[in-house]
Design a protein. Structure first.
Length: 266
């Protein structure tokens, strides 16, 4: 599969960002005087990965060349990528099928009704680009202003970064926002050029200084469950446990359910 120009640029930028976060000390290289750029030099990374420095430079420059699985494995190991970053690298390098840009199918009626059945637990279904496809009243009340826009679908990423209410509701806003952006990066990497993602990312970059600062760092995560501290109307700060389930019919659509653990003082 030949990579599109935007995908090649993303690959080069991702490799560069991962290279620049490694120091010579971390990989056992001696200090060689003052460095003009952070992290490892291209020549050093190529040497450690056992590939040609010129060829690696072509990858970072976005040239139309194809890396083998063996080369990608060597780069992933040398760059100390976790499994999510490694998968992102392979997809950008054209080693996984790329879906055509298209609107996702809405969840089936019976699936969309699931959040309603989970009341009083806040629950919602989101698409791969964080569009809110279905939510119950408890989620609407907890994540206030999430569904207020009448001219377009509610979007959880847009809410987190652009809605003032999000910084009050999400007690650990920066931690949650960074994680969401890293998950959006991984999902967007599966759909290079898809307007569902490019439009959203452009909007977030235009409206959020944090996105402008964090997006070039190329952090990648997968969706998962965990804990969040949320400020609830009339209850103060509540420690929630949340669980994410991928829908069998639409794997990029996710059902998220919250369960309040305990209330703590503000």
């Amino acid at each position: 599969m030949r990579k599109q120009p935007v995908q090649r640029r993303e690959l080069g930028a991702f490799l560069r960002s991962r290279r620049e976060r490694l120091t010579p000390d971390q990989v056992g290289l001696p200090h060689t005087g003052r460095r003009r750029t952070p992290g490892l030099r291209r020549e050093e990374l190529a040497l450690l990965a056992g590939i040609s420095a010129t060829w690696y430079t072509y990858l970072e420059q976005g040239r139309d060349i194809r890396a083998s699985d063996q080369v990608l494995d060597a780069l992933a190991s040398t760059l100390r990528l976790d499994r999510h970053e490694r998968g992102h690298l392979f997809r950008l390098a054209g080693h996984a099928p790329t879906a055509e840009a298209e609107e996702p199918e809405p969840p089936a009626v019976e699936v969309a009704a699931v959040p309603l059945l989970l009341q009083p637990h806040p629950a919602y279904i989101i698409g791969g680009n964080y569009d809110v496809l279905s939510c119950n009243r408890a989620a609407d009340e907890l994540f206030r202003d999430l569904t207020t826009a009448a001219d377009r679908p509610a979007n959880f990423a847009r809410w987190v970064f652009l809605a003032p209410a999000a910084r009050d509701v999400l007690v650990d806003w920066e931690l949650e926002a960074r994680g969401l952006l890293a998950r959006l990066r991984g999902l967007a990497g599966r759909h290079p050029g898809d307007p569902r993602y490019t439009r959203l990312i452009d909007e977030l970059n235009a409206g959020s200084p944090e996105v402008r600062a964090w997006w070039p760092q190329y952090d990648v995560q997968a969706r998962h469950g965990g804990r969040k501290r949320l400020r609830c109307p009339g209850r103060g700060v509540v420690d929630y446990v949340y669980t994410a389930f991928h829908l069998a019919e639409q794997p990029e659509q996710t059902l998220v359910i919250y369960s309040g653990d305990c209330a703590t003082a503000d």
